[in-house]
Design a binder for this molecule. Structure first.
Ligand SMILES: [Zn+2]
Length: 449
């Protein structure tokens, strides 16, 4: 059965077009016609764009959003935040994870993210033992994706050590730890958990250079084959110092020198780089995975976006606030604040910053998540419509609509979102929001009491 969406203006891979009919069939885009007036059965919209990929999420952390904003005794940092996070997940089981992830994924869809890269390391039960089904937590993530409709690139995380050079993990990390053999089995079971999801992708992720040794990273690269490989890197200056002490090299420098980093790879954060590292990362073909809201929240530092010429995308990481427009806006604003200039990420005079941000994140998200994006025949039908009557879009056209969305209106300008051909958001609300929030409230109340 097919359905046709008609848009007054739509953003196709070669730019904006008028009177666009998009035919959806079997979850995919079956046909696109421009300069095609609407037919009586078409569902009509003003402005259509492709959905964005969210390349880095830890869904369970949505449940602790805002709980680490109280000043502690010592200097608060990423590392004190991490202790709050470890305590929060002490009792979380598969059903709790499914409920929290469902809320996070519904919110992602409401803000225009149609695929999520779930960087998933919470594998075992609270005592650190494997569940009866070792992939029970992967299955909980898949269940949340199925319930909300979001496309899933699952990145099971390999986590073996507590610090550089193969240090033993600490007690707070016991739920994450695997060896290479048990990880390979877990990933096989995770593949099984994804079979019912349309267009799911299975990648993998060495957690960081702290958590995996060089030999383990080589083995994981081979295990991945052509699938996406993600890694946290150079997020914190202490991590840079520890890496230097261990290897005499900085984290990004070490990885580019010792691992076959290419288009399959996504380097998440890559905050602290020299200009040589910044150039080498761009040349590698890998995607830089930026998480501007989380990086600001954790006090990580600023990625050298103005000087970086390679592929990049955005992720919501800790999910402390989920909003695609805010991630992109903050990515630009960080550069404005540090360089004291404006429109620093637009490629040329006269071009739109919003369009550059949106286009960059669309391409980088697709590359990092292993799934094509964009309104093109054959792609999954993942679309976003904007509310042309929103005050921030009045009198705007084409790229200026994206500027109005990202810089002025934010998520409130989103009207509908389709995922794999099904409309899952109308008037900015996910269709299952009420049920998802009800279950989330019950689960969170239990976890926090
Ligand atoms: Zn992360």
């Amino acid at each position: 059965m097919s359905k046709v969406l008609h848009a007054t203006r739509a953003l196709l891979p070669d730019g904006w077009h008028t009177d666009v009919r998009v035919t959806l069939a079997g979850g995919r885009i079956a046909a696109i016609a421009g300069d095609a007036p609407p037919l009586p059965d078409d569902e009509r919209h003003a402005i259509l764009l492709p959905g964005l990929g969210n390349l880095h999420s830890h869904a369970f952390q949505r449940g602790m959003a805002g709980l680490a904003e109280r000043r502690g005794d010592s200097n608060d940092s990423f590392w004190t935040w991490r202790e709050v996070m470890y305590r929060f997940l002490e009792r979380m089981g598969p059903d709790d994870l499914a409920a929290i992830a469902a809320l996070a994924y519904a919110e992602m869809l409401e803000t225009g993210f149609t695929r999520v890269g779930e960087f998933h390391y919470l594998h075992h039960d609270p005592a650190g033992q494997a569940y009866a089904d070792p992939a029970a937590m992967c299955a909980a993530i898949a269940q949340a994706a199925a319930e909300t409709g979001i496309a899933l690139t699952l990145l099971p995380v390999f986590y073996a050590h507590g610090g550089f050079g193969g240090q033993a993990p600490n007690a707070g990390q016991r739920r994450f730890i695997t060896g290479l053999d048990s990880f390979a089995r877990l990933r096989g079971d995770a593949a099984h958990a994804l079979t019912a999801l349309p267009d799911a992708v299975l990648g993998l992720a060495p957690h960081s250079l702290r958590a995996a040794t060089p030999d383990q990273i080589s083995a994981l690269d081979a295990m991945a084959g052509a699938a996406p490989i993600h890694i946290h890197i150079a997020e914190q200056t202490r991590e840079v110092d520890d890496c230097l002490a261990w290897s005499n090299l900085r984290p990004v420098e070490w990885l580019l020198r010792h691992a076959p980093v290419d288009r399959r790879w996504c380097l998440v954060h890559a905050t602290h780089m020299t200009s040589d590292e910044t150039r080498a990362l761009a040349a590698s073909g890998a995607t830089a995975g930026l998480c501007p809201i989380t990086e600001a929240n954790l006090g990580d530092g600023l990625f050298p976006a103005r000087d970086y010429t390679g592929a990049w995308g955005v992720g919501s990481d800790s999910n402390v606030l989920i909003d695609a427009s805010e991630e992109l806006r903050l990515y630009e604003y960080g550069q404005r604040l540090v360089h004291r200039g404006r429109n620093l990420l637009a490629p040329a005079p006269g071009t739109s910053t919003g369009a550059a941000l949106y286009g960059g994140a669309l391409r980088g998200g697709a590359a990092a998540l292993g799934a094509p994006a964009g309104l093109a025949v054959g792609n999954s039908a993942d679309l976003v419509s904007l509310d042309a009557d929103h005050p921030c879009l009045i009198g705007r056209r084409d790229d200026a609509l994206i500027d109005g969305w990202l810089f002025a209106g934010g998520r409130a300008v989103i009207d509908c979102v389709w995922r794999h051909g099904a409309k899952v958001v109308s008037q900015g609300r996910h269709h299952a929001r009420d049920a998802i929030v009800r279950r989330y409230r019950a689960v969170l109340t239990g976890l926090l009491e």
